[in-house]
Ligand binder design. Sequence first.
Ligand code: SAH
Length: 382
Amino acid sequence: MSRYPVLHVRRGKERSLINRHPWVYSGAVARVERPGSDAVVEVRFDDGSLVGYGHYSADGQIRCRVFEFCQSEKTIDADYWRLKFTAAFEYRRPFLIPMTNNAYRMINGEGDGFPGVVFDRYGDVGVLQMRTPGADSLAPLLSEFASEVGVRHVLWRKEEDGVWLVGRKPEVPFREHGFWFTANVETGQKTGFFLDQRNHRKLAFDLAEGRRTLNAFSYTGGFAVCAAKGGAVETLSVDLSADALERCERHLRENGLGANHRTLKADVFDYLRSVQNGAFDFVILDPPAFTKHISTVEKAARGYKDLNMKAMQILPPGGLLMTFSCSQHVSPDLFLKIVFSAAADARRNARILYRLSHPEDHPVSIFHPEGEYLKGLVLVVD
Ligand code: SAH
């Protein structure tokens, strides 16, 4: 008898697992022997052949998240997870120079073979966000492994409030591209900062020279600091959150940036309607996800189109637009079509300079397209 509860896959439902898609939906489960939520289960096809090992969830559509595909039996113990953690750590080493960037995602869920786990690092602080009971069960181990690579404080962020598993340090200064930022890891959005945009902030640094730059949906001003350091003659950061803008101003100050770098508390849609054409040469649009569900994609698409059209209208010929969508249900293809129709409606010619996606520390498994959510374009608008 197997040492783990066995999840038997319904006959005829093997295809996605053969393709190494890690999720087993409830309809694909024939039966589970001795299940317990958060437990490791052994996944087997109807003919008895082994698929691998996964975390079981008693509720929800996704009953099991497979983290190991293998043909022979394995022991899933602390050593197993330690090896995986080390692999994720080593994978990132060549991409990140701690002197200039010491905040990054250590574990990116399915992309690192840790379904449901997000583990971000800001200097000596680690922040966990778990999406499944199986992921929850790994929190103590992960915080132990992190301490072995220099993490001194670990926060586990939960829906209502967080729990410090080791130490405590809510306000964390860190470096990105050699500039200083501070995140509040307890109350900030995501785990405190939008680490997924790091490479794109570097691109803004490279493109901003001599340009009047609008940083729309600025949050705490990551793009503004980078654009300003890259030589933007002025920047305006627009956001609805007063707290985010206060932090944005602090970031600008602490990086030695002067009075031509300002903030404005406003709704970006209203602001774009009021701004004079030609007021900016570089517009960055990084809105929140307009849709969290497939059923509202069409409405979200209209929102994105409207936003991009207005941004193009205010740019002079030769202006740059850096535009993003982080809605998982808006595919890169659909996003391109949306921006295409925005250009058509704005009656402007737009040329693609860059197509943007996830940075190295947010790897996406090719077998798990659901892990892909961020896409962006840089356009020259004539
Ligand atoms: N570009 C940022 C991340 C943006 S997150 C970075 O690199 O860090 C999205 C931001 O949009 C949030 O700070 C949120 O407060 C803001 N926001 C959401 N809806 C808005 C609206 N209609 N107008 C202005 N800001 C908005």
